[in-house]
Design a protein. Structure first.
Ligand SMILES: [Mg+2]
Length: 177
């Protein structure tokens, strides 16, 4: 049930993603990543050193990265420039356009691209519709925009439905195993 919303994997944070294995085992080359509550706290201005290290590790492993975000372009631009990765923020997820533009920027095939984000109804739904590999992360903080706040209640219901039935597990260790 709700298959179109279900991520391939649900992890605690981006740090649970074993980038080396993601590349070698899953043959992933491109990463479309969300900004707010995935890389930085919603509304936050600081980027954690751990995030910088994670991005650098991904680059070292020759992953191509692109931030695809629904937040204001200026805000996305600031973080993208700081991390030195491209970004796209003109159209809203879960529409196809932002993901297709992300793919265009990355120049990767759908099957070699992952979408990483903290929202089922934007990041995961959009990624799944295009048959990209989707990774759901727990939001960095529990605060969100008003629009997101309402969606969160539905997310909670769906997540608990999957978790109770073991249709999904929260990966606290490294993934892929
Ligand atoms: Mg987000």
């Amino acid at each position: 049930m709700f298959e179109i919303f279900k991520p391939k994997v649900y992890v605690n944070s981006i740090y649970n993603i074993d980038l080396k294995k993601l590349k070698e085992k899953q043959r992933i080359k491109g990463i479309i990543i969300d900004l707010d509550n995935t890389l930085v706290a919603w509304g936050g201005n600081k980027i954690d050193q751990k995030v910088i290290n994670w991005v650098n590790e991904a680059k070292k492993l020759e992953f191509k990265l692109c931030i695809v975000s629904n937040t204001k372009s200026k805000r996305v631009e600031k973080f993208a420039k700081f991390l030195n990765i491209p970004y796209y923020s003109k159209f809203f997820k879960p529409c196809n356009t932002p993901f297709l533009n992300g793919l265009k920027i990355l120049k990767t095939e759908k099957k070699e691209t992952v979408v990483i984000g903290d929202q089922i109804f934007t990041d995961i739904w959009g990624g799944n519709r295009l048959k990209l590999t989707t990774i759901l992360v727990k939001p960095i903080i529990n605060r969100d925009s008003i629009g997101t706040f309402f969606k969160r209640n539905f997310e909670r219901i769906i997540l608990s439905y999957w978790l109770k039935r073991n249709l999904i597990n929260l990966e606290n260790g490294d993934w892929p195993k």
